[in-house]
Design a binder for this molecule. Sequence first.
Ligand code: ZN
Length: 269
Amino acid sequence: MEKLIITVAPTGSVPTKKMTPHVPITPDEIIHTAMACEAAGASVIHIHARNTEDQSPSTEFSVFEEIYNGVKEKTNLIIQISTGGRAGTAYEVRNERLILKPEMASLTTGSINFPNSVYENSPQLIKALARDMQRLNIKPEMEIFDTGMINNALSLVANGFVDPPLHFDFVLGLKGALPATIANLVHLKNTIPPDSTWTVAGIGPAQLPMNTHAILMGGHVRVGLEDNIYFSKGELATNERLVERVAGLAKIFGREVANPDEAREIMHL
Ligand code: ZN
């Protein structure tokens, strides 16, 4: 089986220091987390920025730049910048950070309801972001919250906005989106083109079981406090411990863990 790519999503838009002291918020904290997670077995880091004053999601270019430069200097990790919209939904604030030319960026190919808001990704916005990524030679990670979003990703290919092979991230277990079940995971895997690579992010208590199934099914995994702040029931996690646990599971199941350069090869970067 292909070596396992572990993506760490250390920060996201939601967890605050009040929820867990272990969530990295400042650029410096995120850079240190990146180093620890690389040592633990991660090969990709999915990056969000925060405003240091109130920990709210940030769209500030300078904050993304500081994180990007620091992670690039201190690690060999593949940097995947989020173009997610919790911090601001307009195209202009979501595409600006792409001029940093990270190797990857996330691209959500549809809209869903988050628990208290609409996560809006219009066809025009998706196309515009995809075209920017293509122009800047950034590989999109298709963020799939519902099965129909796969069709939208495929139509981007059909219309020449994205070059195959595709890389997908199945985000399962978020209230308002597709539930984290084995049946859903198998269905998603069987729906994408066979030459694609895929990873799975389970939300909250779904993280560990979804990661485990992906290891066994030949997929890849995403862990981190963006999706889940607990190591076990009632026990808070650190990002590096979550990465370490997945690397340990892979070993138990006889799957080797990819280093960043091997991950680059697997995802055709
Ligand atoms: Zn994210």
